[in-house]
Ligand binder design. Structure first.
Ligand code: THU
Length: 143
């Protein structure tokens, strides 16, 4: 076991990636997040013969958290790609993370062996984001 895979969140992301259902892209992804209450939720990508119906690993982890009553993401690890090309969250997943994470949310990207390749904040991945509080900043339009 490497020092990095001793990190339980990295270990969870590596393990759940092994369960990815990705027969079309052959690109397996795992994601593990820690909720603000300390619980860990994980998800993998689940593809579909009707390609647009596939879901991303991050989306699965977020759905598991919300279904269990969690609402705030404290940190997340995404596992995929390889040493030369880490799996960064897709655009849609960045926006999904914004719903439940602050701009300073730490997003770590690791390879399938659990080696940390890249560390970014959500604000770096999604600058000038549109988030839940943006909706509070406008006057409601009543028609
Ligand atoms: N994928 C994820 O699960 N998360 C991402 O952030 C990037 C892409 C999946 C979707 C699809 O199953 C495969 O990777 C190739 O795009």
């Amino acid at each position: 076991m490497t020092a990095e895979s001793a990190d339980p969140l990295i270990a969870a992301a590596v393990a759940v990636r092994e369960r990815a259902y990705a027969p079309y892209s052959r690109f397996a992804v795992g994601a593990a997040l820690r909720c603000d209450d300390g619980r860990v939720f994980s998800g993998c990508n689940v593809e579909n013969a009707a390609y647009p119906e596939g879901i991303c690993a991050e989306g699965g982890a977020i759905a598991a958290m919300v279904a269990a009553g969690g609402r705030r993401i404290h940190e997340i690890v995404v596992c995929g790609g390889n040493e030369a090309a880490p799996c960064t969250p897709c655009g849609g997943c960045r926006q999904k993370l914004r719903e439940f994470g602050e701009p300073d949310l730490s997003v770590r990207m690791v390879d399938p062996a659990g080696r940390v390749l890249l560390v970014r904040t959500l604000a770096e991945l999604l600058p000038d984001s549109f988030g839940p509080t943006t909706l509070l900043q406008t006057d409601p339009v009543v028609k």
